[in-house]
Design a protein around this ligand. Structure first.
Ligand code: 2NL
Length: 377
């Protein structure tokens, strides 16, 4: 007989490993046992190698025993591996808790600038009143920005130091410019209507919000600012329509029903008569707010709009007959509206691009003003 182990030796080796396997506490311990028994130089692997040196008879009797031991150890390792993994999973399930009802962490996101928010609010409120939003170029020509609007050659706005002019000229040889108000949008709309109707005309109800430019810069003026103008052209329009529209707008915008309007006679070249519009303010909890009793303690009037009946010359300049079509127009600074509504005090911060300011004053992208939240709500 060769140096092959006898039956009881193999049995003992197997039992030894099975005992170790049953006692193994983790995957590392189990792997160490596998290497010791079944690795390249493992005890059972070496036993298997002795088969080659045996006589056929010995091989026939020893082979099944050694292979049986190898198989039993391999099976026990696989089974123990399974149960170690199951135990580890059970331990995690027992101790780690995931609350699936918690909201997910929010991803960083941008916010809507107060000027954009107010423009959206204006569009919603005036949509309720039947107005649509009109837009036009920011680089304008003399006709649309000044001449058509009945603004005389001598008007200070036409001076070099009040308006940004370009070296380039238009087809009449006049220098192009950055629009000083959004009125040219209304001029373009009226001229389009006149053209499309062969001078017959049609009702117009529009607002024109957008960027405007004046050569001005201090604590309350930025060279670029935002304006909204409104224009109504129809038959038999009078100042009562103007006052009701502005009153309805102001009450919807500032979300108060107790806002009084005061129209003061004024002058603009493009309207006749013209009126400056004040809103009543009062003091609540030490703070000035739009609304309440302007005649009460510390109350008063604050100018927020310019307005008037569109000058017949302007209507005629656009190709419409002022004996048939009348209308009113108004203009107002959007930046100031935003400051008054949302309590910001420094205009320059609007255009600094400081993210901390935006995070504080910005609006959620989903905070869209809705029609149902508009007029009369
Ligand atoms: C103000 C004054 C105003 C207008 C703008 C206008 C436009 C056309 C015809 C007539 Cl096309 N008027 N716009 C009218 C009155 C006042 O703005 O203080 N803006 C800040």
């Amino acid at each position: 007989m060769t140096e092959g182990k006898n039956m009881s030796d193999i049995e003992a080796i197997k039992e030894n490993y099975l005992g170790q396997i049953a006692a193994a506490g983790d995957g590392d311990a189990l792997e160490a046992i596998r290497v010791a028994a079944l690795g390249k130089k493992g005890e059972i692997s070496l036993l298997l190698k002795t088969l080659g040196k045996m006589t056929p008879e010995e091989r026939q009797s020893e082979g099944p025993k050694i292979n049986g031991a190898r198989q039993a150890v391999a099976d026990a390792i696989a089974a123990r591996k399974d149960s170690i993994e199951t135990e580890a999973l059970n331990a995690r399930l027992a101790t780690e808790k995931l609350d699936m009802t918690l909201p997910p962490p929010s991803a960083p996101k941008g916010s809507i600038h107060p000027v954009s928010q107010v423009m959206d609010e204006l569009a919603e409120i005036f949509a309720d009143l039947g107005f649509s939003v009109a837009t036009g170029p920011e680089i304008e020509d003399d006709w649309h920005n000044f001449t058509a609007l009945n603004i005389p050659e001598t008007h200070p706005a036409r001076a070099m130091h009040d308006t940004f002019y370009f070296p380039q000229t238009d087809d009449k040889g006049m220098p192009k410019l950055l629009r000083t108000h959004t009125s040219p949008v209304q001029i373009r709309t009226m001229m389009d209507v006149a053209k499309q109707t062969d001078g017959e005309g049609a009702p117009i109800y529009i607002i024109a919000p957008g960027r405007t430019y004046r050569s001005d810069s201090d604590a309350t003026h930025t060279p670029m600012f935002h304006q909204v103008e409104g224009l109504v052209i129809d038959k038999n329009i009078h100042m009562g329509h103007l006052k009701w529209t502005l009153e309805t707008f102001v009450r919807a915008f500032f979300e108060r029903d107790d806002i009084e309007l005061r129209l003061r006679p004024s002058y603009f070249p493009f309207t006749e008569p013209s009126a400056e519009v004040d809103v009543g303010f009062s003091v609540e909890k030490g703070r000035r707010i739009i609304g309440g009793d302007p005649r009460g303690d510390n109350g008063g009037w604050m100018e927020i709009l310019g307005s008037g009946m569109v000058h017949p010359n302007v209507i005629r300049n656009c190709g419409l007959d002022p004996d048939i079509w009348q209308g009113f127009a108004f203009g107002c600074g959007i930046d100031r509206l935003a400051m008054l509504k949302y309590g910001m005090d420094d205009l320059r911060a609007f255009f600094d691009g400081d993210l901390r300011w935006m995070e504080h004053y910005g609006f959620d992208a989903l905070d869209v003003p809705t029609l149902s939240g508009g007029v009369g709500a």
